[in-house]
Design a protein around this ligand. Structure first.
Ligand code: ADP
Ligand code: MG
Length: 579
């Protein structure tokens, strides 16, 4: 007859694996305990809102951390929902059992089914904006995996969890008022009833007996630093030895219509250490294809994100108000390097390793959604407020123009690009250029130069000026690369004036008289001219392919030209690559 047996695991080994491989960074134990405390407070508030009567309702909802340097004991205490004896046994006694997940199930919140919806990274779903103010209550609860608590054994020899449940009715008849759960992170734990716990009226108090090699976590500055970094935006006050540490709220989670400009400004400065207000704010609240909130800022000043600030871009990633990583670069393509901000999602677990596939798919989806939203944001700005858009372009266009490389958006990016030109003092879009083209013009002409002045002086410009044809001035090499790679805008081909063939402009009449009409050359002069060209070829040798006479020029004596369709800027660029 066959029997079924349960697997047995040696708890201390499992704990060891958990705490050493799931978390590479010991300090996050505090993040996990604070997240649990915040969950406990949320649950209490939830029950209270439902009309249940709670113990000591006058107590504030807060988290207190205190340090005892002499005995190396760190205490984390909350006035939250607390635990009964049974709950301690279940939630702290079984690894990977989450009391929070059960709580969410009990109140009928289905968003906690781990593994959730399968996300297809390539599907182009419709973006669904969150309905503001809709049932936000339970969505703040952070935990759902039942692993976080054990990370405390990375730093502790022994842990005592004292708890007084806030709701009387959940206890068994004869049960004591309080209990203490004690463990050394080995195979056993004990639970002892207590008549009362000094300093604990309601909620949970965790005493952490720090390991010898973890004494750094008794230092106030160290703790303050960890709290600010990971747990600054929890919705309850965190006091460290009676001083409040977290003072700014998670603005991204609040309904947009409630937020004033000053709050955005303050948050931006807090986030970036910038002294100026942001140029623009984009607040996103998305429910599908992935759930996330994002608060994005366009700064006034542009920095050099390609060189000096190489790793200083990306968005800060939060899971339910708890920081996972700063400057997460997967959340933005590099052409949006100038965008600052935070993303907060409920679709990622707090404590799962970074490399997991599903996680990357979630990040990819979030990133794609953000890019789509930013593109539409800039399109709207360009259409509704030209001046603002041009200011934006002058500030950040040098990054944004690299978006021509993104095949999903290249046509939209072409429309968003702005240029200076021979015919306009203002920035010009390609659509505007096209609308001003001469009848019969099939090409969009451009010239590369280091400045507007240099472009004007390019001898190749003469014919175009004479014919009244507008020419785009490309002042950065990337612009020429962009136009060459786009090839066309609508049905018009991009062409460099330096590689235009001699007859290309014959269809267009002169609008300006040439500065000096070429005099007829005598036969003798013609021979002398030919000789001079020969002599020039000799002197220049293989530095040039050919020296020829031309009737393209009027004001300039000579110009450089290319026959292979490669412009002088491209040649320079190619030569610099060969070095
Ligand atoms: P998770 O937070 O993912 O559920 P944890 O391992 O962090 O998993 O915590 C396990 C469970 O222990 C929680 O779900 C909760 O039920 C309980 N718990 C932990 N800390 C507290 C606390 N401060 N107050 C009340 N319950 C707690
Ligand atoms: Mg937790």
């Amino acid at each position: 007859m066959s029997s079924t047996y349960k697997f047995k695991a040696e708890t201390h080994k499992v704990l060891n694996i958990l705490t050493h491989s799931l978390y590479t960074n010991r300090e996050i134990f505090l993040r996990e305990l604070l997240s649990n405390a915040s969950d406990a407070l949320d649950k209490l508030r939830f029950k209270q809102n439902k009309g249940e009567s709670i113990l000591a309702p006058e107590l504030p909802l807060e988290i207190k951390i205190s340090t005892d340097k002499e005995s190396n004991i760190l205490t984390v205490q909350d006035t939250g929902i607390g635990m009964t004896k049974q709950e301690m046994q279940d939630n702290l006694g079984i690894i990977a059992k989450s009391g929070s997940e059960k709580f969410l199930k009990d109140i009928g919140d289905t968003s906690c089914d781990s593994g959730k919806q399968k996300i297809d990274p390539y599907a182009e779903e419709e973006i669904v904006e969150k309905q503001e103010g809709a049932g936000a209550d339970a969505s703040q609860i952070i935990g759902r995996f039942g692993i976080g608590f054990y990370s405390v054994f990375m730093v502790a020899d022994k842990v005592e969890v004292y708890s007084v449940p806030a709701i009387e009715s959940v206890k068994e008849e004869s049960e004591a008022k309080a209990h203490v759960w004690t463990s050394h992170g080995s195979d056993t734990f004990t639970i002892t009833p207590l008549e009362e716990v000094a300093g604990l009226v309601r909620g949970t108090m965790i005493k952490i007996y720090l390991k010898d090699d973890a004494k750094e976590f008794i230092e106030e500055y160290r703790l303050e630093n960890i709290i600010r970094r990971h747990s600054n935006f929890l919705p309850f006050s965190i006091l460290l030895n009676d001083k409040v540490i977290n003072t700014i709220s998670a603005l991204w989670r609040e309904p947009k219509f409630n937020i004033k400009k000053e709050q955005y400004d303050e948050f931006y400065k807090f986030l970036t250490y910038d002294t100026e207000n942001p140029f623009d704010v984009i607040h996103l609240s998305v429910d599908a294809p992935v759930q996330f909130n994002a608060l994005l800022f366009i700064p006034e000043k542009s920095e050099d994100y390609f060189l000096e600030q190489k790793d200083q871009w990306g968005l800060d990633l939060y899971v339910r108000r708890v920081l996972i990583e700063k400057n997460r670069q997967e959340l933005l393509p590099n052409y949006f390097a100038f965008v600052k901000g935070v993303v907060d999602t409920e679709d990622l677990p707090l404590n799962i390793s970074r490399e997991t596939l599903q996680e990357n798919i979630v990040l990819k989806k979030i990133s794609q959604t953000i890019v789509r939203q930013l593109m539409s944001h800039f399109e709207k700005m360009a259409a509704q407020d030209k001046e603002k858009y041009n200011t934006f372009w002058n500030k950040h266009g040098k990054y944004f123009k690299f978006a021509f490389n993104d095949f999903v958006y290249r046509d939209r990016v072409a429309k968003l690009m702005r240029f200076v030109s021979s015919g306009s003092e203002e920035l010009l879009s390609l659509e505007e250029y096209v609308s001003r083209m001469k009848a019969g013009q099939k090409d969009i002409w451009y010239v590369s130069a280091s400045s507007k002045e240099a472009a004007k002086l390019n001898p190749h410009m003469e014919r175009f000026t004479r014919k009244g044809l507008e020419v785009l001035y490309l002042l950065e090499p990337v612009e020429e690369i962009a136009l060459e790679s786009l090839q066309k805008f609508n049905e018009y081909t991009f062409k460099n004036i330096e590689t235009a063939d001699a007859r290309a402009l014959d269809d267009f009449a002169d609008v300006e008289k040439a500065e000096s009409d070429l005099p007829k050359l005598s036969d003798l002069e013609k021979t002398e001219f030919e000789q001079m060209l020969e002599r020039m070829k000799e002197v220049l040798g293989d530095k040039v392919k050919d020296v020829k006479s031309t009737d393209r020029l009027s004001g300039s004596p000579a110009c450089m030209a290319s026959q292979d369709g490669v412009s002088s800027t491209m040649e320079k660029l190619m030569r610099s690559f060969q070095k």
